[in-house]
Design a protein around this ligand. Structure first.
Ligand code: FMN
Length: 192
């Protein structure tokens, strides 16, 4: 019989994000956050390319980016309600970590595998935050796909993009369970 890590398995079978809009302060300190980032850095990574990096947004940075959301929303002609909703995610957040997909040139590892690894780093960070007792939520939002926002707001390089923004804070409520997939429907067993 393999060694069973019951606590880890129970966590994975019951984990649930906490919607960003329900998070409040305080957010994690630098000391609290480092083990979570370290866990994210243990993400499977073909060829050890480290095709990701992390930007920790503390309150003043979140406020600056919230203002940039309004400016960019107006410049792009985005619906006012949509802009307000997007800005609220930044204004309301106690702390957020931008997981940046930062692909590396490689003859061996296709770009898509580096993208998958960046997505996996997002989940690893999200789960590390939840397992540490914080409320956390993986968001993207239209601003994170706007090149001007990426460049002026987050100082990303041209070849980089946002894989995800993980908001981390104190949870105020546990959301009800949401429907989960029917495993029989999406699993194929092949025995020959
Ligand atoms: C790449 C990615 C981007 C997402 N962006 C958003 C978003 O911008 N807004 C949102 O409400 N949910 C977004 N979600 C969904 C939530 O992170 C999450 O799926 C939902 O809260 C349920 O999570 P749970 O299965 O951990 O409970 C995104 C999910 C992924 C994987």
């Amino acid at each position: 019989m393999p060694d069973r890590n019951a606590a880890a398995l129970d966590f994975l079978l019951t984990r649930r994000s906490r919607p960003a809009k329900t998070l409040t302060g305080p957010g994690p300190s630098r000391e609290d956050l480092m083990p979570m980032l370290t866990a994210a850095g243990r993400t499977p990574d073909h060829g050890k390319l480290e095709p990701w990096r992390f930007i920790v947004l503390q309150k003043p940075a979140l406020e600056r980016l919230g203002a940039l959301v309004t400016t960019r929303g107006a410049a792009l002609g985005i619906d006012e309600m949509k802009v307000k909703k997007e800005r609220h995610a930044y204004d309301n957040s106690p702390l957020a970590v931008v997981v940046v997909e930062s692909p590396k040139a490689s003859d061996k590892v296709p770009a898509i595998e580096q993208t998958y690894s960046a997505g996996a780093a997002c989940l690893q960070l999200l789960n590390a935050a939840l397992a540490s007792g914080w409320g956390a939520n993986w968001l993207s939002g239209w601003a994170s796909q706007d090149r001007v926002f990426m460049c002026d707001g987050l100082a990303l390089e041209d070849h980089e993009q946002v894989a995800g923004i993980i908001h981390i804070g104190t949870e105020t409520c546990t959301p009800p369970e949401r429907p989960r997939p029917d495993m029989e429907l999406i699993t194929t067993w092949v025995d020959n």
